[in-house]
Design a protein around this ligand. Structure first.
Ligand code: ADP
Ligand code: MG
Length: 619
């Protein structure tokens, strides 16, 4: 094309496309749901803008917020069109090629390891999956603020942009023309597309229409040769003959029925807002599917738990929350800076935003879900909405429900039960839930710890969800409640020790007496645990005692005084030669058994482990 401008893909994007093009990944179906999901996002955006600017939608077909799929078998082209926000020339250049998303290299790395493309959408590069089935793609787009442009690429490191002077004007929105590879011919079959939309895109909130063939019965005069429909229709198109035939038919009412193929739009999904339904009427299968669409998580795994509820009173809303089976790759990346909320906010069924920090605290950003409220205004800017007083109430209730849901994961897990008999009881229903809390803890335990640090109001509720190993847990995870139930009579404090790993801690001289006296000690081996324990002072009226710090009380023995007396001179000598910049005091201790002496941290000082963590951070 004469007016085409050429661009090179950003290097990481180019690498990604190479891998996709050459991938042996067998589940090529995924491209369709990625493109439909993009179309749906674009429709969400224009609908949101239309709330404050009615004109923006335009009139007639332009105002129809829908997705259209067309098949052109002859030219092997599959087209997906939306009437969404569209892309300006600059958008096309940036979004489809020159600006790499943060997830691009992470995804390339992951793909090289596992070859698994299924999670491409979660890395923000779903568009490129179209090259699993295409060797040439055209993206035609019209944004209200610009002319119509065509983006095209054969995935050979470059793409071209031209002002569109030859296609039909779109009005507004985007049409993607996928020139299918020879081996991807199945995507020209209507039944295949219907099946895929049903499987992956059923919960898209806009109608997905397929230009579908339909067999219709047509009444024709009995003496017409039925094998040549073409001829027949050309005959009847002549008015004169038509009239003649009608007269014939009246005289001689012999007609017969023949099949004829026509085309019309067929809606493939039935746009159901699952969250508006009564939870009792929604099946597990439906929740699973809804989760996959909502979270763009198309792994084979199901969500671990969900909570579907409605709140009434001053602030009304309905919500569905999910605990995903796995943590996303970047959950704790730039934790305090990035906008990480994964909740979608709807106001009266209209999608508003999925970047609302005000709905959930950061430590719960691993949850996926949706909130739809009737108590928020529709026709205000996002900034105004962000300050609306109802959001505080919504947030508070969401946190409560989220923590209840997480507690339930533990409650339903037979491995979590303290009751031995219940643990052995084999019920198939519970078996599926066996180990689910340990898995949750592996994926999201750190979030719970961050919650304890950040959320003073819910600290105790969150502390209940803590799991750790101890000197007595035999390699298994245990909870504070379980620890307390095993405390020795007379034991006042909850003992813990921090360090890099359990193996090392088990050999620590700090544990000698505690072990000998049969006290249980918690191992905290995660760097975040040091911070955690600065916030978690007590639990159920029990204080936490770091056993490597000053203040450990293991009960007095009659010999204490005697020992103190007989080592008085030695202690004095140690003091005179050591106390200064680095040492505060030298004491006779009853915390040791075999080891002659040990360095203890003062009550308010950093533990040795904390020193280590701080040092590694400043390096
Ligand atoms: P993501 O959807 O996660 O942002 P994609 O690779 O699927 O990543 O899409 C990249 C970007 O291209 C989108 O963020 C959007 O800006 C743009 N885009 C893709 N498809 C469309 C579309 N149908 N209409 C408007 N913009 C689109
Ligand atoms: Mg996408």
């Amino acid at each position: 094309r004469s007016n085409a401008e050429k661009f090179e893909f950003q290097a990481e994007v180019s690498r990604l496309m190479d891998i996709i093009i050459n991938s042996l990944y067998s589940n090529k179906d995924i491209f369709l749901r990625e493109l439909i999901s993009n179309a749906s996002d674009a429709l969400d955006k224009i609908r949101f803008l239309s709330l404050t600017d009615k004109e923006i939608l335009g009139e007639g077909d332009n105002a129809k917020l829908e997705i259209q799929i067309k098949l052109d078998k002859e030219n092997k082209v599959l087209s997906i069109r939306d009437r969404g926000i569209g892309m300006t020339k600059e958008d096309l250049i940036k979004n489809l090629g020159t600006i790499a998303k943060s997830g691009t290299s992470a995804f390339v790395e992951k793909m090289q390891k596992s070859g698994d493309l299924n999670l491409i959408g979660q890395f923000g590069v779903g568009f490129y999956s179209v090259y699993l089935v295409a060797d040439y793609v055209e993206v035609i787009s019209k944004h209200n603020d610009d002319k119509q442009y065509v983006w095209e690429s054969k995935a050979d490191g470059a793409f071209a942009i031209s002002e569109d002077t030859w296609n039909e004007p779109l009005g507004r929105g985007t049409e993607i023309k996928i020139h299918l590879r020879d081996e991807a011919g199945e995507y020209l079959e209507e039944f295949k597309l219907k099946e895929l939309v049903k499987k992956y895109s059923e919960y898209i909130n806009f109608p997905i229409n397929l230009w579908a063939s339909k067999e219709v019965d047509v009444e024709v005069p009995a003496d017409v040769d039925e094998t040549s429909e073409e001829e027949e229709s050309s005959k009847t198109s002549s008015e004169e003959e038509n009239e003649n035939e009608d007269e014939d038919a009246e005289k001689q009412p012999k007609t017969k029925t023949v099949k004829k193929t026509t085309y019309e739009w067929e809606v493939l999904n039935d746009v159901k807002a699952i969250w508006l339904r009564n939870p009792k009427d929604v099946t597990d299968e439906e929740y699973n599917k809804f989760y996959h669409t909502l979270a763009k998580d198309f792994s084979d795994e199901k969500p671990v738990a969900w909570s579907h509820f409605s709140a009434e009173g001053d602030v009304e809303f309905k919500a569905v929350l999910f605990v995903p089976p796995k943590a996303p790759h970047d959950l704790y990346e730039s934790y305090y800076n990035a906008n990480k909320s994964n909740l979608k906010l709807y106001v009266r069924r209209v999608f508003i935003s999925d970047e609302f920090d005000e709905l959930l605290p950061k430590f719960l950003s691993f949850l996926k879900g949706l909130v739809d409220s009737d108590s928020l205004p529709l026709n205000v800017s996002r900034e105004m909405l962000q300050q609306h007083s109802s959001l505080k109430t919504i947030k508070k209730k969401l946190i409560r429900k989220a923590l209840d849901m997480i507690r339930r994961i533990a409650d339903e897990d037979p491995d979590e039960s303290t009751d031995k008999d219940k643990k052995e009881e084999v019920s198939s229903d519970n078996d599926e839930k066996r180990g689910q809390y340990a898995n949750f803890w592996k994926e999201f335990g750190k979030s719970i710890k961050l919650g304890i640090i950040e959320d003073a109001t819910n600290r105790n509720r969150l502390a209940k969800l803590l799991r750790f190993e101890t000197t007595k847990s035999e390699g298994k995870l245990t909870s504070l409640d379980q620890y307390i139930s095993r405390m020795k009579s007379g034991q006042k404090d909850i003992f813990y020790i921090t360090g890099t790993n359990k193996e090392q801690l088990e050999k620590s001289p700090f544990l000698e007496q505690l072990k000998k006296k049969n006290y249980e000690v918690i191992f905290f081996t995660d760097p975040v645990d040091e911070y955690l324990m600065q916030y978690l002072m007590d639990y159920e009226d029990k204080k936490f005692q770091n056993v490597s710090k000053e203040g450990l009380k293991l009960g007095k023995s009659a010999k204490d005084k005697e020992l103190k007396e007989s080592f008085k001179d030695l202690t004095k000598w140690w003091k005179s030669s050591l106390v200064g910049e680095n040492v505060d005091d030298v004491k006779i201790s009853n915390r040791l058994d075999n080891t002659p002496c040990v360095v203890v941290t003062s009550k308010f000082g950093w533990s040795a482990n904390m020193e280590r963590i701080m040092q590694s951070q400043t390096l």
